[in-house]
Ligand binder design. Structure first.
Ligand code: CU
Length: 156
């Protein structure tokens, strides 16, 4: 094999390796999409999400409803393990001006979407907690959590 051919082959090899490396990085940078749907029954269709510690997720929540957004809307709120759930939900119900996200409990909220009214999809991207365990997610629209609008993010 001539030196010139050898150089050419090794250049091509470098290019291929660079491409593979780039594709791997690009894949790692894209969050895993988790689609949730919520209806007037005040339930998420997905009540359990499994994730690796620190995995980047993009939750897409779609609301299915013919009611007005004031009457029926949903969000996705992921809580820390030590969150005072009942107090947080009560304060959230009164926090209409901030889309039912309670200002004084924000330190317990790991991630939250905005409100989705009928036909709308909202998205929130976040990293799953690094500590394995079960993390509650819920909808803070008044009455919805008490009606059962909740699920678990299981990190393992
Ligand atoms: Cu809801």
């Amino acid at each position: 094999m001539s030196n010139r051919i050898r150089t050419s082959i090794s250049r091509q090899l470098v290019a291929v390796v660079a491409c593979v490396a780039f594709a791997t990085v690009a894949q790692a940078a894209a969050p895993r999409v988790v689609k949730l749907k919520a209806t007037d029954a005040m339930q998420y269709d997905v009540k359990r999400i499994e994730a690796k510690p620190g995995e980047q997720l993009e939750v897409q929540l779609t609301a299915v409803s013919n009611m007005s957004k004031q009457e029926m809307a949903h969000n996705f709120v992921l809580l820390a393990k030590n969150a005072p759930v009942d107090g947080l939900v009560m304060e959230a119900a009164m926090a209409r001006g901030s889309d039912y996200i309670p200002a004084s409990k924000k330190s317990f909220i790991l991630a939250n979407s905005t409100l989705a009214g009928g036909g709308e999809t909202v998205k929130v991207t976040f990293n799953a907690p690094k500590e394995p365990g079960e993390y509650l997610y819920l909808c803070t629209f008044p009455g919805h959590y008490l009606a059962g609008m909740k699920g678990l993010l299981v990190v393992k």
